[in-house]
Design a protein around this ligand. Structure first.
Ligand SMILES: Cc1ncc(COP(=O)(O)O)c(C=O)c1O
Length: 348
């Protein structure tokens, strides 16, 4: 699955001015980043190599212990580091999902097993089926929750983590989209040392260019191992300073959640009138849809791009096909525009 948000590629490939594109593919907060007042002089100094103040801010924000937090250059650095240090012989990945878990697992030569959620079950995880797939050979289970691109969250998380714990299986949960609807496994962190949660600031705080992510685990052995191999200062001084400011911005956090909830409902209601399309319910700030008539997601993608609207065509996503697409919840004006154009596409 290619990444969303690649407006430079779109500009080059389709000759569209990237500044005119309304991007529904990157899944970032439509309110934009929080207001921060940062002195750029921070760049004249190395950041604290232990990132103490930043980690304390994250600890307060997530209600977890300071020692259990590690910061990095985006969630992407943590996905890569964790998969490398765990070095699992066999990795189980819940599919369809974000492509980086498989890419990184292949780099280290881990044998990959898939748990595939089905269309018949609306892409929800069926706990018993999943547990049956976790064999003695499995060392690592990777889950995105809520999941990109389906938007689904897992209802029986504790049962799955506890089962894995008994079988000595580590569980990585990517919570890149957790904050929009408060879907998190953080409260299980102290109880389960086999659990590692990865989060970032790219989506909820709309800071994909900042490259700031963090992992939380009560498994101090894993934290020590990451610190052994991680480059020092991979979070730069600017990201360090901005990070210290944003996690305490309660007003922005509340405003963002309220805005997304309102637009979520608006989009759901609007899609009830579009018969050619199935909108999957979501626990994230984006929706996945399936086209129910003979048209394809690629045709829709091109149609919308001509109107400067960029969605994510999921035709090349493993275990989906050319009927699926995804779009982020944007601001009200943009959401209206997108829905109008999708309606038009299906009536032409
Ligand atoms: C599920 C998921 N995890 C991680 C990332 C990358 O996050 P970051 O910018 O923090 O590296 C993305 C970006 O699209 C994502 O969808």
């Amino acid at each position: 699955m290619e990444h969303g948000g690649n407006i430079n590629l779109i500009e080059n490939k389709y000759g569209i001015d990237k500044n005119k594109i309304i991007d529904f593919s990157a899944n970032t907060n439509p309110l934009g980043m929080p207001n921060v007042d940062i002195n750029l002089n921070c760049l004249e100094k190395y950041p604290d190599v232990e990132y103490k103040i930043l980690r304390h801010a994250i600890s307060k924000y997530t209600n977890t212990n300071y020692e259990n937090i590690i910061v990095a250059n985006g969630s992407t650095e943590l996905i890569s580091l964790l998969i490398k240090i765990i070095n699992a012989k066999q990795t189980l990945i819940s599919m369809p999902t974000y492509s980086e878990y498989e890419r990184e697992s292949r780099i280290i030569g881990s044998s990959i097993k898939y748990y595939i959620t089905s269309q018949e079950n609306n892409f929800e995880i069926e706990t018993e089926k999943l547990l049956n797939l976790l064999s003695l050979e499995t060392n690592l289970f990777i889950l995105c929750n809520p999941n990109n691109p389906t938007g689904k969250s897992v209802s029986n998380l504790e049962k799955i983590i506890s089962y894995c714990d008994k079988k000595n299986i580590l569980v990585i949960i990517d919570e890149a989209y957790a904050e929009f609807f408060d879907e998190s496994a953080i409260e299980l962190i102290n109880e389960y040392e086999n659990l590692i949660i990865i989060r970032g600031t790219s989506k909820f705080f709309c800071l994909p260019g900042l490259r700031l992510g963090y992992a939380i685990t009560s498994n101090l052995e894993i934290i020590d191992k990451i610190n052994e191999v991680k480059d020092p200062w991979s979070v730069n001084s600017l990201a360090n300073e901005i990070g210290k400011a944003i996690f305490n911005d309660k007003e922005y956090i509340k405003k963002s959640k309220d805005y997304i909830s309102k637009e979520y409902q608006f989009i759901k209601n609007s899609f009830e009138k579009i018969n050619s399309c199935k909108l999957y319910d979501t626990r994230a700030n984006f929706f996945m849809c399936k086209i129910l008539n003979s048209k394809t997601s690629n045709k829709l993608f091109n149609y919308l791009l001509k109107k400067n609207l960029l969605i994510r065509d999921l035709g090349n996503c493993k275990f989906l096909n050319n009927k699926f697409f995804r779009f982020s919840i944007s601001n009200h004006e943009n959401n209206l525009l997108l829905i109008e154009q999708i309606k038009k596409f299906f009536t032409e």
